[in-house]
Ligand binder design. Structure first.
Ligand SMILES: Cc1ncc(COP(=O)(O)O)c(C=O)c1O
Length: 365
């Protein structure tokens, strides 16, 4: 190889494979491959974005002050609003995940993630030269005992997706037990990307754990229930020291002005999120029920997607994906998550969700 040579390990990092968005021969596809919002975006967010069209020559507010204040007003820790100083915004939660890995780990360190947690933790660890350690799950859910048993002298960060990309979740008391067992010098990152969809009473996003400790952060995204995936917007709530570290490492203008404006409008449109939650609760329930009627096993989900199992040698996950693609429906394989027999299907609109079941009915014959 001639030319500059990247740092050792960089070329071993696998490329992230996003959900498909096109199928040859279909003008209109039903895209259920990236857990995007079924209801699109809040109309207020779209209007706020458009309003900035003639201001594109201006730099954004590097501190995202209005956005952080709006997030702090709307989100609660118990009865209290959050402190905007404890929030940092990012170019998607992906950016924050990378910054956390870069800030707290490097060569010789370990970053723990769970077997079916968000793939980006692994890639972020590799990106900073740290060793990603995959800890087994129990019932497709982070296993607190296994995580605590694996935390060692070299562990710097523990990433937990709650809910998990499998659709399951850890109840609040389990998350608190995980935190209580982690040494103070290890950072626990609770990635609550799908928090808005969860309706279980024993679930908590992790806000209150952050408020009470120096070694926990919670990451959130505008890409899922808020329907702003294309804008790339996420945020992190954490102790002042960690937020200070992220502010040092991030780009000075890491969140664009239209993303900030749309984010403010989106977070204030609480009625939109309520509609998104209600729509999801109805259709995730309906879809899981229909899957059972079809004799298909699935991982019980509290999110806006469901992982369906295809064990039959003749009716494999890959064949199901191909069949659905033939019907113009895009879903996600779970190979990167170590679940090759599963297919992940996002909840769409009513007709899209019904089309999934009709397609699967034909597939199973
Ligand atoms: C668990 C989890 N965390 C984080 C993300 C990344 O979200 P963002 O679009 O904010 O980077 C995703 C996206 O798929 C996710 O599933």
């Amino acid at each position: 190889m001639s030319g500059p040579i990247p740092r050792a390990g960089v070329l071993e990092i696998p490329m992230y494979v996003p959900g498909r968005s096109r199928v040859d021969g279909h003008d209109r596809v039903i895209k259920l491959s990236s857990n995007e919002s079924a209801l699109g975006s809040s109309e207020h967010a779209v209007a706020a974005y458009r309003e900035l069209a003639d201001q594109l020559h201006r730099y954004p507010d590097g501190g995202a002050v209005e956005l952080r204040e709006a997030i702090a007003r709307v989100h609660r820790d118990g009865g209290n609003r959050l402190d905007a100083d404890n929030i940092v915004c990012g170019e998607g939660s992906d950016e924050i995940i990378h910054l956390l890995a870069a800030a707290y780990a490097g060569s010789g360190d370990e970053i723990l993630h769970t077997a079916h947690g968000f793939v980006m933790y692994r890639l972020a660890a590799q990106g900073v030269g740290a060793e990603p350690v995959s800890v087994p799950e129990r019932d497709w859910t982070p296993d607190v005992d296994a995580l605590l048993a694996r935390v060692g002298d070299r562990t710097r960060v523990v990433f937990v997706s709650n809910p998990n990309p499998t659709g399951t979740y850890l109840p609040h008391n389990e998350l608190a037990r995980l935190h209580a067992g982690i040494p103070e010098n290890v950072l626990l990152v609770i990635d609550a990307a799908y928090a808005e969809y969860v309706t279980r009473e024993d679930y908590a996003s992790g806000v209150e754990l952050v408020g009470a400790a120096d070694n926990v952060v919670m990451t959130r995204t505008f890409s899922k229930a808020y329907g702003l995936a294309g804008l790339r917007l996420g945020w992190c709530y954490g102790p002042a020291d960690v937020i200070g570290v992220l502010n040092r490492l991030r780009g000075p203008f890491n969140v664009t002005a239209p993303a900030q404006a749309a984010g403010v409008a989106a977070v204030e449109d609480t009625a939109f999120i309520e509609r998104a939650r209600q729509h999801n609760t109805t259709w995730i329930g309906w879809l899981q029920n229909e899957l059972e009627q079809l004799g298909l096993q699935h991982i019980p989900s509290v999110t806006n997607f469901v992982c369906v199992e295809f064990r039959d040698q003749k009716k494999t996950a890959a064949a199901a994906i191909d069949h659905m693609m033939g019907d113009g429906i895009l879903v996600r394989d779970m190979n990167a998550y170590g679940l090759p027999d599963h297919v992940r299907i996002t909840i769409g609109l009513e007709d899209e969700t019904r089309a999934v079941v009709e397609s699967l009915e034909r597939f199973l014959g």
